[in-house]
Design a protein. Sequence first.
Length: 192
Amino acid sequence: MATQQPDREGGAQLAGPAAEADPLGRFTCPVCLEVYEKPVRVLCGHVFCSACLQECLKPKKPVCGVCRSPLAPGERAAELERQIESTETTCHGCRKNFFLSKIRAHVATCSKYQNYIMEGVKATTKDVSLQPRNVPNRYTFPCPYCPEKNFDQEGLVEHCKLSHSTDTKSVDYDVDEEDMMNQVLQRSIIDQ
């Protein structure tokens, strides 16, 4: 499985087999998966497009989308921006060369690139193993106070505020965490 690690310039550097498959991965935003647009480096060393970072900063306690460190506004990644301006790549559709800074705008209008993408979509949808399976959503949580379950993060907070704000019963988070870990382990065994 490919992982992203900050490289020397602070970009998200792919590791493992994906590094060979995507040599331009260090110029790719981990949020939008496009070439960085106005790249910004945050305290943990990861880089995001300016607009993507603004979205990540919206929650009350924002965290880095890559390493989950506390997130704060970062600094413009000027060196990375210069590299994006001067590094060339080839459009997979029309096979013309463009600087990375121009490729995003080009592929949005390149009909041959759109055909290239559609061929990829058709190829993956034919593979039955890639079809969605009936597995539980891993991003839901049970209420620690009552038997209710399948809340997303915001839904759980809202439920607890509405239904349990006056409860005097305390929650043993260690037991709850162990139970959740057991559930995740069971699901991963079932998914294999």
